[in-house]
Design a protein around this ligand. Structure first.
Ligand code: ATP
Ligand code: MG
Length: 357
């Protein structure tokens, strides 16, 4: 069992506050992914959980223990980094069992652990090789195995796949998901890639500038973003968002407090039939990207450029198109980017029209 709680955590480097009053509960046995742009504080947050960095303020709890004063080695947390330094002169076996030897684990038990874990991560045929004779993916597995033999309560993985090529990265993603299922241990994974986050996590924590924007399941983040940042961060392509514009002499921003309106590229329809209810805008197709099952169009409308994505549909060859966004798929955000829900629903049709998207 390992639940992690961060309570009012702040972190300063000299006068620079990089984490501000962060509160987060990482559920026992979850695969939690921290995602956000470079420099937003993901690694710093996890290094504090592992005890490699001390928070300036707040408490970190692992299960029922406040670990503020617990040294890293005693926290029962194993960390795998992007640059997993393997010992080059040691064999795979030597690398995996190094920590166990240091802890004085007896030979018989060591051998059994190395055997079991090598089997799990698929390294059994490579135990006698040196790291330089392994592929990138195999080296990454050694780093994982080295963390696994410690049998920690929590695995922390900080961008562990970013040195691998795209194909191997996909394969290792699947393997990590399976590994998590098999071990049932709490995994906390860091990436700046939202696709990776969405495909791996059962809980995703979106961060920006040291502040949690939203912590939710992938589906909730996608369908129900709390703010403009999350809406624009999640999705491929991300949500189209535009500033509400004054129209027909109405000061909408001042009167209703709506700052932005958005829609997902895959919710818009191109040249839909007359029965389709929604806000309609005309535009010119600038680019077409056909990925087989899906097509992505970049469209210039009178209020800006946006993306539309269709699935299993014939490629639209016309340049001038009509795009319809069903009213129920329009999202509204306040002037500071917070999601607006109440009161907006009834007015959607009117708002879309006067919004001028
Ligand atoms: N030891 C340090 N001293 C001073 N500033 C630091 C230190 N470590 C991190 N920072 C700063 O803290 C902020 C957060 O850094 P962090 O490494 O946590 O970001 P990240 O989200 O992991 O980014 P990336 O995706 O690039 O790895 C950055 O502005 C960084 O410059
Ligand atoms: Mg980092």
């Amino acid at each position: 069992m390992a639940k992690i709680e961060l309570k009012n955590i702040s972190k300063k480097f000299k006068d620079d506050t990089v984490i501000q009053n962060l509160n987060l509960t990482i559920k026992d046995g979850s695969f939690t992914v921290l995602v956000g742009p470079s420099g937003c504080g993901k690694s710093t947050t996890l290094r504090m959980v592992a005890g490699l960095e001390k928070q300036s303020d707040g408490e970190i709890w692992i299960d029922d223990t406040c670990v503020n004063d617990t040294p890293p080695g005693m926290r029962d947390v194993a960390m795998v980094f992007q640059n997993y330094a393997l010992y080059p002169t040691m064999s795979v076996r030597g690398n995996i069992e190094f920590g166990l030897k240091n802890r004085g684990v007896a030979r018989g038990e060591r051998d059994k652990l190395v055997k079991d874990i090598s089997e799990i991560v698929g390294l059994t045929p490579h135990l006698d090789k040196k790291p330089q004779n392994l592929s990138g993916g195999q080296r990454q597995r050694v780093a994982l195995a080295r963390a696994m033999v410690k049998q920690p309560k929590v695995f922390i993985l900080d961008e562990p796949l970013s040195n691998l090529d795209a194909k191997l990265r996909n394969q290792m993603r699947t393997e990590l998901i399976q590994l998590h299922k098999r071990l049932g241990t709490t995994f906390v994974y860091v990436t700046h890639d939202q696709v990776e986050a969405m495909s791996m996590g059962d809980e995703i924590v979106v961060m920006n500038k040291g502040v949690i924007q939203q912590a939710d399941s992938p589906m909730k983040l996608y369908h129900d973003p709390e703010n403009l940042f999350t809406a624009e961060f999640i999705g491929t392509p991300a949500m189209n968002t535009m500033q509400m514009r004054d129209a027909q002499g109405l000061d909408i921003q001042a009167s209703v407090g709506i700052g932005y309106v958005g829609f997902r590229p895959e919710q818009a329809l191109i040249n839909a039939g007359p029965d389709s209810e929604g806000y309609t805008v005309e535009g010119e197709i600038l680019t077409r990207e056909s990925l087989g099952a899906e097509q992505i169009y970049q469209i210039q409308s009178r209020s800006g450029v946006f993306f539309v994505k269709t699935f299993l549909a014939p490629v639209v060859t016309a340049d001038h198109v009509k795009v319809t966004i069903p009213y129920e798929h329009l999202y509204y955000f306040g002037l500071s980017g917070e999601r607006l829900r109440s009161g907006v629903q009834a007015n959607r049709k009117q708002l879309a029209t006067v919004g001028g998207i």
